[in-house]
Design a protein around this ligand. Structure first.
Ligand code: 5GP
Length: 125
């Protein structure tokens, strides 16, 4: 079920538990600002999630409350992960779902990186 992105941050969400090391993950990148790991249910040959280390519910929350350093660190991490995965030349897709219409299911900001095949049209018609 999609989450309500206006609720306060829930420190018991699944990605908070991953950040605390309470749940295993297949990490592909980590730095001061971000953690990137393989999606548990991949929808493309490459499907990686990048999350900020701070407690932000969504892109909306992050863009309002995060510091400039956190925002720069996170955005740079997303780009670095895609470069590390060799996705720049063939191309890739970034996706962030927000709230009900976006069908966001986990209430900790995450950017999906999809790649490894021709991804086709942006949205199903
Ligand atoms: P959303 O719809 O919120 O943008 O996407 C949530 C994503 O998190 C889904 O693609 C789902 O497969 C992934 N996911 C949910 N729980 C876990 C988990 O415990 N581990 C990992 N690696 N991915 C998860």
């Amino acid at each position: 079920m999609p989450i309500d992105p206006t609720l306060p941050y829930d420190p018991n969400n699944i990605f908070a538990k991953i950040l605390r090391g309470e749940i295993p993950n297949k990490t592909v990148y980590e730095d001061e600002w971000a953690l990137a790991f393989h999606d548990i249910n991949p929808q493309a040959p490459v499907h990686v999630l990048v999350i900020p280390k701070g407690p932000y519910v969504s892109w909306d929350d992050f863009s309002v409350r995060a510091s400039s350093d956190e925002i720069a660190g996170f955005i740079r991490a997303v780009g670095q992960v895609a470069r590390d995965l060799g996705l720049v030349e063939p191309g890739y897709r970034l996706l962030a779902n927000i709230g009900q219409h976006g069908h966001q299911e986990v209430p900790h900001l995450h950017v999906h990186i999809f790649g490894g095949r021709q991804l086709g049209l942006m949205l199903p018609r």
